[in-house]
Design a protein around this ligand. Sequence first.
Ligand SMILES: Nc1ncnc2c1ncn2[C@@H]1O[C@H](COP(=O)(O)OP(=O)(O)OP(=O)(O)O)[C@@H](O)[C@H]1O
Length: 435
Amino acid sequence: MSKNKTAGFKGPHSLQKRREGEGRSCVRYKCVLTNTIQDVLRQRPGWVEVKDDGEWDFNWCDVSWLRENFDHSYMEEHVRICHFRNHYELTRKNLMVKNLKRYRKMLEREAGPLEASKCDFFPRTFELPSEYHLFVEEFKKTAGSTWIMKPVARSQGKGIFLFRKLKDIMDWKKDGSRAEEQRDETQVESYVAQRYIENPYLIGGRKFDLRVYVLVTSYIPLKAWLYRDGFARFSSTRFSLSSLDDQYVHLTNVAVQKTAPDYDPEKGCKWQMQQLRRYLTAVHSSEAVEDLFRDIDLIFIRSLLSVHKVIINDKHCFELYGYDILLDHDLKPWLIEVNASPSLTASSQEDYSLKFCLLEDTLHVVDMEARLSGSEKRVGGFDLMWNDGPVFREDVALETLDTSCYTANTHLGCVNDREKQLRQFLKPLPGQKRI
Ligand SMILES: Nc1ncnc2c1ncn2[C@@H]1O[C@H](COP(=O)(O)OP(=O)(O)OP(=O)(O)O)[C@@H](O)[C@H]1O
């Protein structure tokens, strides 16, 4: 691709100039995906799709497009693109853990062991083959426990397996013992070996994990928004540790579960976050549930802070992360993974509505139309949770906040006033009807 070939908006046709010159606004977008995001972009007033090499103002690209084109693209001030250049520092399984471990060490050095221990929200993880020997040391200390092997850069449960015996991962041993420069194309794929959470929180005997969306609009300073809606993804088969090979028991990804023989596409395998919250509140105290969701918020903040200085900040970039959180039997949340390209394909009508609103609200926050003042703390379903420091909302009782916790404790709270909020902040563009 020649330099500047796929550049964003260039030369004399800048959006601003067109606005001034023609008295109308128009956002030219490019989108390679064919799911819900296409619908959202198509119905957005004043937005027009550009094909092929056409100039664009907004690009919902995939990460492979980014890899091939980002460094060759010249982008004007107003252009926006949906990934940061080195997003993989947080979204590749091995790098996420490397950054978290480094952040933990830094906290230990500068703030002491107690503060560092607040980072113990990810299961013990080793990269294989490179950390094979370290892994074996740990494995021997915890004889009899279960581990999960996951390829570092695949998704949808592909290549994952559980094990309790070293002989199951012999392939990674051979490679681990070879020096880096001796490895060739026959080397095994990089995996992480991670402690399997053997005591997941069960509902109806089934395991689930949470998918929560976090939008980052800047890394320096860090500005992060939390989406109030989200969902729990259930496995279709009752949990048991006696069948390590059964992916329908252990992997809660929808991509896996929808292939289960008894999967019902009408019902799906999801609960909306509010439903889960109500269930947990009925079983536990509301304080316990508040604590849980505050701990989850802290996972978001701490994981973002762990890459705050690593991600290449770029004013053209934003990122909508899909966080995977697993709860254990003691209501402790564990960070499993952060996805750079969370699935935007809907598995049911309800799922479609959630994703549609999520994406609409993402566009509202990214604000190509320049409707926001910049001081908003809530935009649609998003709450600003970090803006170069913790963000507090007036309607949250301050005495319930532990200020050392960095966050506003608003997580997944009120969704019923969403419509009202949307209407309040959305001023129509000149010549446009109110949405
Ligand atoms: N350490 C763990 N303990 C218990 N269960 C786990 C653990 N790691 C992963 N799982 C289960 O395996 C599923 C898939 O794991 P993970 O999300 O890391 O892989 P993936 O293939 O990248 O999936 P996706 O594309 O959905 O993010 C999780 O949704 C969870 O149910």
